[in-house]
Design a protein around this ligand. Structure first.
Ligand SMILES: Cc1cc2nc3c(=O)[nH]c(=O)nc-3n(C[C@H](O)[C@H](O)[C@H](O)COP(=O)(O)OP(=O)(O)OC[C@H]3O[C@@H](n4cnc5c(N)ncnc54)[C@H](O)[C@@H]3O)c2cc1C
Length: 166
């Protein structure tokens, strides 16, 4: 018989709904029901490119993304689901002084809580990514722990997690 009630109900089986279910299960919560009207990853998650960028304009958002990377680092071993997590690093480029100032502000904030990120020149950015042009680029940031993850597999991995003993 289909389950008709639960202590915690989550609506939507995208990356966010399954992530909430994952974190609840990891915290030992057993009575969680996730409802999905179509299939897991049926919404925006299906369209996502899978880019993982931690440097955000708000401190709390950077911390949230930093925590996601810590989850990605262990998720495959924890669930047995391949997630194609590739820590390739990322580059943010600035084509105006205003954008560079914003990147520098984010870098200062992020470094304040131990986040590894560096300001680099346009030429250093090009050395890491030779397909870009340096024309008009006034500066850049290099974030070594950013990368790519497969959104479909990530969602499936989140959905696999059960509370200990469940
Ligand atoms: C083209 C594109 C590229 C993107 N690239 C990136 C990227 O590179 N990196 C990145 O971090 N983010 C990216 N994003 C953003 C990312 O995809 C979303 O932030 C993320 O997928 C949101 O997940 P979600 O679980 O909130 O929503 P969704 O994935 O949309 O999940 C919602 C789910 O709820 C279900 N649902 C809706 N209503 C009901 C209901 N009444 N009952 C039951 N189920 C319901 C839907 O079927 C769906 O499966 C991209 C988005 C798009 C569109």
């Amino acid at each position: 018989m289909a389950q008709s009630q639960a202590r915690i109900l989550i609506i939507g089986g995208g990356a966010i709904g399954t992530s909430i279910a994952y974190h609840l299960a990891r915290a030992g919560e057993r009575d969680v029901l996730l409802l999905e009207k179509a299939q897991l990853t049926h919404g925006s998650t299906w369209h996502a490119a899978g880019l993982v960028g931690q440097l955000r304009s708000k401190k709390n958002l950077t911390r949230l993304m930093q925590n996601s990377v810590a989850v990605f680092d262990r998720l495959e071993a924890e669930t047995g689901q391949a997630i194609d997590w590739r820590k390739s690093g990322s580059i943010r480029i600035a084509a105006t002084q205003e954008r560079l100032a914003e990147i520098r502000r984010s870098l200062t904030q992020a470094k304040g809580f131990g986040f590894e990120a560096y300001e680099i020149s346009a030429e250093e950015a090009q050395a890491r990514f030779p397909w870009m042009t340096v024309e008009g680029v006034v500066g850049a940031a290099w974030i070594p722990s950013d990368g790519y993850i497969d959104p479909y597999s990530l969602t499936q991995a989140y959905a696999k997690r059960r509370a200990p003993g469940a």
